[in-house]
Design a binder for this molecule. Structure first.
Ligand code: SF4
Length: 387
């Protein structure tokens, strides 16, 4: 609830068709967008009725952040088209990639009285975003809270073709635009790329190459996902049959490398977390078996070192190391111009307590918090907000 308390859903559906995800199957490939007025009204309702609102909308998105009012140029073609994705293997020439309506809505939303910041936290389809540098500029200049999560999912063509995801070249192009516009805006902002381990069609070499790419680019992933066959996803059909349903399936058609068994699944995940010393014994053994012992060493160009520190088997993420210890009193100083988020203390915890749990009401968005009279959280400026 805390995560979506101040977020607004602007659309349903996705035409991405990523095989590990079933949103296209259960929400549809044709995007259903809300009207701009309806979205603006919901933001105003949050501002006026949700306790603890400090002026920050945490997300204006949906299954994909930037598919609002985007679709096929021709309704007739769209109705007859049977392609599972409008953006794979490349953005379809029939797709209208105009991000204008979304930019217009962002501008209107952030001009609202009482709204200090609109963040975009939903996943971004970056191969689509680079078709509109104006959109990337708008996003980077006004709507990124320091970090932007995007999901290339892999760097290697083998797994990417089984995922129906774009090549890493689109990521590089987006990164260039992101860095250029961040610099122009005078902001230090970073991309956080997400990857999947053990997806059907991923070889051990693919994971090793991904680990090398991560190290070369200075990424140390805290949270990683290992593929899990979920209902309705195309990759689940690959997982259970070992066949590739993206092409005609026959007795002799292509077979897909399925990552099964505890050791191999752990190995693929270990490549993503090459920096975790607990994984080094497994990685050393695998690299030797793969004939890549040259990646073991203590130089910068090596993937893992030869020495093994004593560990207790646990791993503490960098984020956890930096966070406030359990039970510690966390106070938030209300300073003019400083935006409060759930990371900096929301609502202001001047007594160290957790935010008051909210109970749903029959308000417009069903989300205003209900607390005993006089015990409600204070507003960002230290006064009780009107009910
Ligand atoms: S023709 Fe292209 S844009 Fe239109 S529905 Fe098919 S894949 Fe999507």
């Amino acid at each position: 609830w805390e995560m979506i308390r101040f977020s607004v859903n602007i659309m349903r559906g996705c035409f991405g068709g990523c095989t590990f995800c079933s949103i296209t199957e259960h929400e549809g490939r044709i995007i259903q967008s809300r009207s701009e007025d309806s979205v603006i009204k919901e933001i105003e309702a949050i501002r006026d009725s949700v306790k603890g609102f400090t002026g920050v909308i945490s997300d204006l998105g949906g299954p994909t952040a930037n598919m609002y009012r985007i679709g096929c140029k021709s309704p007739e073609i769209e109705a007859a088209c049977r392609k599972p994705s409008c953006v794979y293997p490349d953005v379809c020439p029939n797709l209208n990639t105009d991000h204008g309506p979304l930019i217009k809505m962002y501008r209107r939303a952030r001009a609202l009285k009482g709204v200090k910041k609109i963040l975009i936290s939903s996943g971004l389809r970056y191969d689509l975003a680079i078709k509109s540098p104006e959109y990337v500029k708008e996003l980077v200049t006004h709507h990124v809270g320091g970090y932007l999560k995007i999901a290339p999912e892999h760097t290697e063509q083998g797994p990417l073709t089984k995922m129906m995801k774009p090549g890493i070249g689109s990521y590089d192009r987006f990164k260039q635009l992101f860095e250029k516009f961040s610099e122009e805006a005078g902001k230090k902002q970073y991309l956080i790329p997400y990857f999947i381990a053990a997806h059907p069609g991923t070889s051990d070499e693919d994971m090793m190459n991904l680990a090398i790419w991560l190290k070369r680019n200075g990424f140390k992933a805290d949270q990683v996902q290992t593929f899990y066959p979920s209902p309705m996803a195309t990759a689940t059909a690959m997982y259970h049959t070992g066949k590739n349903p993206l092409r005609k399936v026959t007795r002799d058609s292509e077979t897909v490398d399925i990552v099964r068994g505890d050791r191999r699944r752990r190995l693929h995940k270990a490549f993503l977390r090459y920096h975790d010393a607990n994984n080094w014994p497994l990685l050393r053994e695998a690299l030797k078996d793969m004939g890549r012992a040259d990646l073991i060493g203590n130089g910068k160009h090596h993937l893992i070192p030869t020495y093994q520190p004593v560990t207790d088997g646990s791993y503490q993420t960098a984020r956890r190391k930096n966070s406030t210890p359990t039970g510690a009193v966390k106070t938030s100083t209300v300073t003019k111009g400083r935006i409060l988020t759930q990371h900096t203390g929301l609502p202001p915890r001047d007594n160290g307590s957790r935010p008051v749990a909210a109970a749903p009401t029959k308000s417009m968005r069903g989300g205003a918090s209900a607390t005993p009279s006089g015990a409600g959280p204070k507003s960002a400026f230290g006064r009780k907000k009107p009910r």
